[in-house]
Ligand binder design. Structure first.
Ligand code: ZN
Length: 493
């Protein structure tokens, strides 16, 4: 209960620091050419983290980011995160992680924006219409490798801060940055760095914001969940060497036949996972969630057309979205050791290894999934009474991540979208895995929001990656508005 007089004083104070969105947004509009130029400069740096020959470019990219943040008056550090071991015993330094801090007012919330400035490989010969490292604008789209994933979003965060500074407006919250350069190859060294700085850099962070994903349609979106992934190798080993099928076929019990036999017991043609315990672990779909999926803008025909299929596993939107985001699935990726060249080699491979993965959702537990899959495959294999040897190993066990969409942080996101786009955002999930979200959650215990600004058709990791000028510029405004909304969240005592 607050006394009326006190309430009106507080109101006075808050109106004195009222949010001048229009001025900030106008500043962004009138500086958009500079922002596009900044993106052009960043895209021109071939910061491909998968190519060790590009490592100098990647180091330069991190330096450019650090210098930019330093020029803006941030407290900047380039943090070493270790070395990469190369085949042959040599080592190569990982790109440093850039951290920066703007403001340390204990009366304000502190947010930390995460992003990455490394990119997937790209060559003109891959089928790009323009030079992937020369940002090219066509019909309002800015084409270039890394434009959407994730250079423009990182720049949009930087420009959001710069706009407040340029207009001499106080930042409504303290802002930290965590920018890495190995995301596309698995964020090497980052988990350890986050753990090491849990009680220093992260100690006063209230909220973590990740803008490394995209919308699902033309409607802005907030992302509140990602699937995890358990990746398995199943190896069947038989004779001591490959055999001629004319000479040994019919008498030898073939590893490939065994392997395909057990792989076929993982999932039914209608998509039902047959491994006992997996489906039972999945959190039930609530009425509320079902209703939420119904309201999401999603064009099924465009989706089918885009990937070139005539039929999907489900033909209504809710089932489709639910199976994309909140149910597990099994995908078989390949068989190592199998004959895969062109031609007609009549071989019986002696040893074959299947690679498959199971996308993880709440409340699945990778450690339990490992046991369930291993036990199941061994039991199925035992029924075949094969003399061959089966070995099952789990090589990746990434947990799913899910946030509470009623959390004040999401309310702030919804309000910011409403402010900039005058529409309510779609609340969406990602079917893929962004392991850093789960790491942040587990290690720092902070609340996380994914606030994407990329378009649904940006072609991440693909040829002709782009971000639209609209998304880039309006996305900058979104970040500006979001910082103000976060400052409105009640301070916990
Ligand atoms: Zn990314």
């Amino acid at each position: 209960m607050m006394f009326p007089a006190l309430a009106s004083i507080l109101l006075l104070i808050s109106s004195a620091r009222s949010f001048q969105y229009t001025e900030l947004a106008q500043y962004v509009d009138s500086h958009q050419e500079e922002y596009v130029e900044a993106l052009r400069d960043w895209v021109a740096i071939e910061s491909d983290s998968s190519d060790i020959l590009r490592r100098p470019d990647l180091h330069r990219m991190m330096d450019v980011v650090a210098q930019k943040l330093q020029l803006m008056g941030g407290t900047v550090q380039l943090v070493q995160v270790g070395e990469q071991e190369l085949p042959g015993g040599q080592t190569l330094e990982f790109p440093k992680v850039v951290t920066a801090e703007f403001g340390n007012d204990t009366n304000k919330h502190t947010v930390c924006a995460y992003g990455h400035v490394d990119v997937q490989p790209a060559k003109l010969e891959d089928g790009w219409a323009t030079d992937p490292y020369n940002l090219t604008e066509i019909n309002g789209n800015l084409y270039g490798r890394g434009a959407s994933d994730n250079k423009a979003p990182v720049l949009a965060w930087i420009h959001a801060i710069e706009t407040y500074q340029a207009l001499n407006m106080e930042l409504p919250v303290n802002v930290k940055f965590l920018i890495e350069g190995m995301e596309e190859t698995g964020s090497n060294g980052l988990d350890a760095m986050i753990l090491a700085q849990r009680d220093t850099f992260f100690s006063d962070v209230d909220y973590i914001i990740i803008s490394d994903c995209g919308w699902r349609s033309r409607r802005p979106a907030l992302t509140y969940g990602t699937r995890g992934n358990c990746y398995f190798f199943a190896e069947v080993e038989g004779p001591k060497q490959d055999l001629h099928s004319g000479v040994y076929g019919g008498v030898v019990i073939e590893p490939m036949t065994d392997l395909i036999g057990i792989l076929d017991t993982l999932i039914s043609p209608s998509g039902k996972i047959l491994i006992p315990g997996i489906r039972e672990a999945v959190a039930p779909l609530s009425d509320e969630e079902w209703k939420m999926y119904q309201d999401i803008e999603f064009d099924m025909n465009y989706y089918k057309e885009n990937i070139g299929v005539s039929q999907l596993m489900y033909n209504n939107k809710v089932d489709l979205l639910a199976h994309m985001w909140r149910y597990p699935t099994v995908s078989i990726h390949g068989i190592q050791g199998a004959f895969s060249a062109s031609g007609t080699k009549t071989v019986i491979p002696a040893k074959v290894t299947a690679k498959f993965s199971i996308r993880q959702v709440p409340n699945m537990d990778p450690a339990l999934v490992k046991k369930q899959v291993t036990d199941y495959l061994h039991s199925v294999f035992a029924k075949r009474k094969s003399p061959n040897k089966l070995e099952v190993t789990m090589v990746i066990g990434a947990k799913p991540w899910l946030a509470d969409t009623q959390h004040p942080l999401y309310e702030a996101g919804k309000a910011a979208v409403k402010k900039v786009f005058n529409i309510d955002p779609d609340l969406i999930r990602e079917g893929g895995t962004i392991p850093v979200a789960k790491t942040f959650q587990d290690v720092t215990g902070k609340s996380i929001i994914m606030l994407p600004i990329g378009g649904f058709d940006d072609g991440l990791h693909s040829q002709n990656e782009k971000i639209s000028r609209y998304n880039y510029i309006e996305g900058t405004k979104l970040f500006i508005a979001f910082l103000n909304e976060v400052s409105q969240i009640k301070m916990s005592v």
